[in-house]
Design a protein around this ligand. Structure first.
Ligand code: FES
Length: 264
C-alpha cells in the first residue's frame, strides 16, 4: 500500500464490532478513537460507540451506570482547544470528538494501619503532605464528572474540617479525573476517601436505632419469625415477599409506619 493509500485508509469510516448493526433511522456521526475515524450512531454513549466500532472493554468498564468510576475518558471537541473529561458510560458522542480511554490513573495512595490513625487533620497531612501543595486553581472541580466540589473539600481539610471534607466528597466515585488535572499533583480522591473513613468511623455520631435493632436481634426477638419462615414453601415465600407491606417511594422521611408493628 502506498503512503497516500495508507493515509486514506486511516480516515476511512469503520464499524467493525459485532454490534455494528445500525438501528433503523439512526444517524451516524464521525468520532476519532485513538486517532482513527469511526462512524457511530449519534445517540450512543462513548462506551457503546466504542463497542459499536469493534472495541471490547476488558478493563475501563464496570457498572455502566455512572457509579463505579472505571470508565474515565479524555477527549477534545472539534475546533475547541480545551481538553474535556467524562465518563464513557454517561457521555454521549458528539461529531468529530477525539477520544481516548484512561483505564487507570496512577496516583499516590498512602499505606497506613487504620487502627492507629487518630481523628485529626494532622494525620491526613502526615500521610498526604502533597495536600499542602494545592494552589486552589479549581481544575479538579472542573474535571469532576460527578460535580463534586473537589477544591472545596481540599480547602476544608486544609482548614482542619474533616467532617466538611467527608460530606463534600460523598459522591466521589474514585475515577481519578481530579488528580489527572491537578498541577499540585494531589491524589484528591484518595485523600477524600481517608477523610470519609475517619469521619465515618470516629467522628460521626453512632446511630442509636441501629444499636437498638442489633440488641433486639441478639436478644432473639426475630428467632420465632425466622423459624416459621424457613418452613414456608418456596412459592408461598415468593407470594409473601411480593405482597409485603412496603414504604411508599414518596413517604416523608421517618414518617411512614407499617400497619403491623409487631417487629418494629
Ligand atoms: S462503567 Fe462504571 S462509571 Fe462508567
Amino acid at each position: 500500500m502506498t503512503a497516500n493509500a495508507k493515509q486514506q485508509d486511516r480516515t476511512k469510516a469503520m464499524a467493525t464490532g459485532d454490534r455494528a448493526i445500525l438501528p433503523e433511522g439512526a444517524r451516524t456521526v464521525p468520532i476519532y478513537i485513538m486517532g482513527r475515524r469511526y462512524d457511530v450512531p449519534e445517540t450512543l454513549t462513548i462506551m457503546k460507540a466504542m463497542e459499536y466500532a469493534g472495541f471490547k472493554f476488558i478493563r475501563g468498564a464496570g457498572c455502566r451506570g455512572g457509579i463505579c468510576g472505571a470508565c474515565s475518558t479524555v477527549y477534545r471537541k472539534a475546533g475547541n482547544y480545551k481538553l474535556q473529561v467524562g465518563l464513557a458510560c454517561q457521555t454521549v458522542v458528539e461529531p468529530d470528538m477525539y477520544l481516548a480511554q484512561i483505564p487507570f490513573y496512577p496516583a499516590n495512595r498512602a499505606t497506613y494501619d487504620f487502627k492507629k490513625i487518630l481523628a485529626k487533620p494532622e494525620e491526613i497531612f502526615k500521610l498526604y503532605p502533597e495536600l499542602l501543595r494545592c494552589v486552589a486553581c479549581n481544575s479538579c472541580t472542573k474535571a469532576c464528572p460527578m460535580d463534586v466540589q473537589v477544591m472545596d473539600y481540599v480547602s476544608a481539610l486544609l482548614q482542619g474540617n474533616i467532617e466538611k471534607a467527608a460530606r463534600l466528597s460523598f459522591d466521589c466515585i474514585q475515577c481519578g479525573l481530579c488528580a489527572s488535572r491537578c498541577m499540585g499533583e494531589l491524589p484528591q480522591y484518595h485523600i477524600a476517601q481517608l477523610a470519609r473513613r475517619i469521619y465515618g468511623s470516629m467522628i460521626m455520631p453512632r446511630a442509636a436505632h441501629v444499636a437498638k435493632r442489633v440488641k433486639e436481634v441478639e436478644s432473639g426477638k426475630y428467632d420465632a419469625m425466622l423459624k416459621q419462615l424457613k418452613k414456608v414453601a418456596r412459592e408461598e415465600l415468593k407470594k409473601l415477599y411480593s405482597s409485603r407491606e412496603r414504604e411508599p417511594d414518596t413517604a416523608a422521611l421517618g414518617e411512614w409506619m407499617p400497619k403491623d408493628k409487631t417487629y418494629v
